[in-house]
Design a protein around this ligand. Sequence first.
Ligand SMILES: Nc1ncnc2c1ncn2[C@@H]1O[C@H](COP(=O)(O)OP(=O)(O)O)[C@@H](O)[C@H]1O
Ligand SMILES: [Mg+2]
Length: 239
Amino acid sequence: MNRAEPLLEINGLASGYGPIGILRAITLSVRAGEIVALLGSNGAGKSTLIRTLCGLLTPSAGSICWLGRDIAGASSQSIVAAGLVQVPEGRRIFPNLSVQDNLLLGSYRRGRAARQANLAAVIERFPRLGERARQAAGTLSGGEQQMLAIARALMAEPRLLILDEPSLGLSPKMVDTLFELISQLHRQGLAILLVEQHVAQSLALASRAYVLENGAMAFSGTPAQLLASDQLRRAYLGV
Ligand SMILES: Nc1ncnc2c1ncn2[C@@H]1O[C@H](COP(=O)(O)OP(=O)(O)O)[C@@H](O)[C@H]1O
Ligand SMILES: [Mg+2]
């Protein structure tokens, strides 16, 4: 696929929780193979935007084009099947299921052969998950659980991987491992929409960034443009 081709294009999106409007007039795009950083303080609406993209919330206005097709209002299962896959905030693994069963759930819509091939590929990428395949997922360390959550998303064969604050609660060493993984997935051609509080590290990888403030886009542009704004640099990097 041409790298410049848009995978995801959101225009004029509004969304929220029932009668409570949170997001308004959201415009955002992600092209094939690109890392896009989605920044914003706590409560700005980042997770709400992701939940809307993934079909967990229904937009009240606007369009979400995925591979040229409007998916606003489509079911979350069909959106995952089309290759738009998120790793939710807080991981949401099943603690009482084994590591392997958690992984297989990521691929439950595929045939048996594809599922086994995906499992072999993620275990090759994450050998520790292979070593712990039969262990209950809840017994893994925080860092291993985050790797499991990402591995489970990869089992779904994403074209765009959305990571919602993947480094939350991880040790500094695990944060470095996580960013190395993100960089590796990117080098292999995967497009990534990254929500992160480690802003400097995210901007080092991203080709473009968006900043959400109180449910509206306050900035979109390159990391260099963002860093050139004193106001945004102070607000999001504290420098
Ligand atoms: N389930 C919910 N019901 C009602 N309001 C919610 C719900 N979840 C989040 N919100 C509100 O939506 C706003 C945006 O939250 P969120 O998208 O989680 O922000 P972020 O991910 O940027 O921290 C906040 O004001 C939050 O209180
Ligand atoms: Mg959030």
